[in-house]
Design a protein around this ligand. Structure first.
Ligand SMILES: [Zn+2]
Length: 675
């Protein structure tokens, strides 16, 4: 396997058949030279699009070649022109979205539990019916792939839209019954979908290898989560599709990349040059946004991929590549300090997707912000990760503990590890009690149903109906005044064991808000009466009974951030600290072979300037930022790279202190060690 390209383009080409003269303005030399001048080293080009058309001269499926394609072998011309300039060209094909195929072969489609075609909107534009790869459609896919692999030069195969769907088509129904799955239960159907898709990926990956020994292979599910673990063998690398202006937002990529980098595969992040999402023709992302997105990919340990869409004529957009080139030039200069870099995270945060439905639950986004804003170093982990790497493990709000995890966490604690947990984290799956005695607390059974009969703890009410309070007292709450602070969302009622220190109790409101009891617009004020413990500490476990990570995601109170930061500092000395603003992002990586650490400092501020997306327009420089880095050994040199500007530092008590005179967007600092 060759080194992963770090400056990639993903060139969409979904082209409807009503468009005339497709590809008539394509010029191979121009295409490749513009890419080359933008420092692009890989471009994914189309064999087949979501409309279902082919862009190569197919002998096997001539009826599927785009009807207006003037250069019948467009893909081959793209590949040959790029190869002359030393640019790789992985080949794109679509798996589950093919408008023509799903329209002509409804029997290939994913069937929902109520018998409809998944994603089918017959009276709307779009090609979003999902195809089921458990049908005879798989045979077509293999014939199509075989033709690509045997007739075109193949650097890689990118297969798009490969997702677990809740399918009740005949093949899936038969498959589920054969293997003893209960087709009436969604959970069972999804389990089957997972296994079926894993087997599909394995089969296709082996099939590709019959024809090509070393091309890259990637199945795009638009997300990477714990569910990918058992099919990693089918991938050569990973790509994290995440266009901040395309619905993913600015919190998706940092979360997913912090998990992806622990999976043992190289990866690229994938954004777009579009102002908004895929298919936003004739639009351009602000340069500051594109810089931030690409440099953040480097900082998280990945390479870069930028999405574009070629207009139907095939003429490449010079303006787009001036923009992309202005960023990729810089990526190229920075690359030597980024390849094979591993995160030096001292904190592992459980990825809640292992236990929840849906991507990036609120508590995880809360955790991302609570840790990124003070510059803490963390990875996302799951129950299969190696815990030994971390000084601290964070269990945000909703991590259930089964027997296996209990044993693993106890061993981690016994070896000197620390845990910060909140709300229902640490409970057994039934929620009845805490799984580990080490937590030093017990759950108190209370009737926590609201007036509608719903569970009130953990629920975010519009008017904070079940809000209680904390009065910060003592060293733990340094920096906060000793008055009631609203906690907004009701926590778990617990009582502390005899060796467990209660750092704070909750303070009750006069009453919870319901139709017969309310006071003012929102939560009822404090009654001053002490309730159950809010923060406890013992056996190297710090516990918050409130869902502090969800609260921060929902409302962002500064006092919650202070409490969590103080909690982390009570347990460990963070790897790095700085006196910059909370908008400064700090990532510390290590290149073992080069014997150096790389500190990434990123300062870009997304702002919700319009209804639909967050905008970054300006780079606001920071000056004279002091940093303090925990380091067991005295560094040889500290240098701003790639500018190679030496930085003066002092070293004392395993800490290197230094100051960076100017951070303009992205700044990398090399900390070099001797042999
Ligand atoms: Zn099916």
């Amino acid at each position: 396997m060759k080194e992963l390209s770090y400056r990639q383009i993903h060139m969409d080409f979904h082209t409807g058949d009503q468009i005339p003269r497709v590809g008539n303005e394509f010029k191979g030399d121009e295409f490749a030279s513009i890419l080359k001048s933008a420092d692009v080293d890989s471009i994914t080009c189309f064999a087949r699009c979501h409309h279902g058309w082919l862009y190569y001269d197919s002998k096997k499926f001539p009826e599927l070649v785009h009807p207006s394609l003037e250069q019948r072998d467009l893909l081959r011309e793209q590949i040959e022109a790029c190869h002359k300039e030393g640019i790789r060209v992985p080949i794109y094909t679509t798996i589950q979205w093919d408008g023509k195929m799903s329209y002509e072969h409804p029997e290939y489609c994913v069937v929902t539990p109520d018998g409809a075609i998944d994603g089918y909107k017959p009276h709307e534009p779009g090609f979003y019916s999902f195809l089921c790869v458990n049908t005879a459609y798989r045979d077509f896919l293999k014939e199509h792939l075989k033709e690509i692999l045997t007739t075109l030069p193949v650097d890689g195969i990118f297969m798009d839209i490969v997702q677990e769907r809740d399918c009740s088509c005949k093949s899936c129904m038969d498959g589920m019954k054969e293997r003893g799955f209960d087709v009436l239960k969604k959970e069972q159907r999804m389990k089957y979908a997972h296994i079926m898709l894993r087997e599909f990926k394995k089969e296709i990956s082996s099939f590709i290898r019959e024809y090509n020994d070393d091309c890259s292979i990637f199945f795009n599910g638009s997300h990477v989560g714990p569910g990918i673990r058992d099919s990693l063998g089918s991938y050569t690398h990973l790509e994290v599709e995440s266009l901040p202006s395309g619905g993913w937002g600015y919190t998706h990529f940092p979360l997913v990349s912090r998990f992806t980098r622990g999976l043992g595969k190289e990866f690229v992040g994938m954004t777009g040059k579009f102002h908004t999402n895929w298919g936003d023709f004739h639009s351009y992302k602000n340069k500051a946004s594109l810089e931030y997105e690409c440099f953040n990919m480097l900082a998280q340990g990945g390479g870069c991929s930028i999405g574009d869409q070629l207009i139907p004529s095939g003429k490449i957009d010079r303006v787009a590549y001036d923009l992309i080139g202005s960023v990729y030039k810089s990526v190229k200069d920075k690359e030597p300090w980024c390849r094979n870099a591993e995160s030096l995270a001292d904190i592992g945060v459980f990825n809640l997707e292992e236990w929840s439905v849906g991507e990036n639950p609120a508590a995880m986004i809360g955790a991302l912000r609570l840790l990124e804003e003070p510059g803490l170093q963390f990875d996302l982990i799951d129950s299969l990760s190696d815990f030994k790497k971390y000084k601290l493990i964070i269990m945000a709000d909703l991590v259930p503990v089964d027997v296996t995890l209990k044993t693993k966490l106890q061993a981690y604690l016994d070896n000197g590890g620390k845990i910060l947990a909140s709300f229902e984290s640490g409970l057994v799956a039934s929620g009845k009690k805490f799984a580990m005695e080490s937590f030093g607390i017990e759950k108190i059974e209370v009737d926590d149903r609201d007036w509608k009969g719903d569970k009130s703890s953990g629920k975010d009410y519009h008017t904070n109906d079940y809000c209680d309070f904390i009065i910060p007292e003592g060293e733990f709450f340094r920096g906060l005044p000793k008055v009631e602070h609203s906690m907004y969302i009701r926590g778990l009622s617990v009582k502390a064991g005899k060796n467990t220190e209660v750092l704070s109790n909750t303070v009750k409101p006069w009453f919870y808000r319901d139709p017969d009891h309310f006071c003012g617009h929102q939560q009822t004020s404090s009654s001053g009466e002490i309730g159950t413990p809010a923060v406890t500490y013992g056996n190297d476990i710090l516990y918050f009974s409130h869902p502090v990570f969800t609260i921060y995601r929902k409302k962002g109170p500064l006092w919650i951030k202070k409490m969590v930061s103080n909690g982390i500092e009570k347990l460990i000395k963070p790897r790095i600290s700085h006196d910059g603003p909370s908008t400064l992002k700090v990532m510390v990586n290590r290149q073992t072979q080069e014997r150096r650490w790389i500190i990434h400092l990123l300062h870009y501020i997304p702002e919700k300037r319009c209804e639909q997306i967050e905008i970054i327009e300006d780079i606001i420089p920071l000056y004279n930022i002091s940093l303090s880095l925990l380091s067991e050994h005295r560094p040889l040199d500290i240098t701003v790279v790639p500018e190679m500007k030496k930085v003066e530092f002092t070293y004392d008590s395993h800490k290197a202190d230094f100051s960076i005179s100017k951070i303009e967007g992205h700044c990398m600092v090399e900390v070099k060690y001797g042999d």
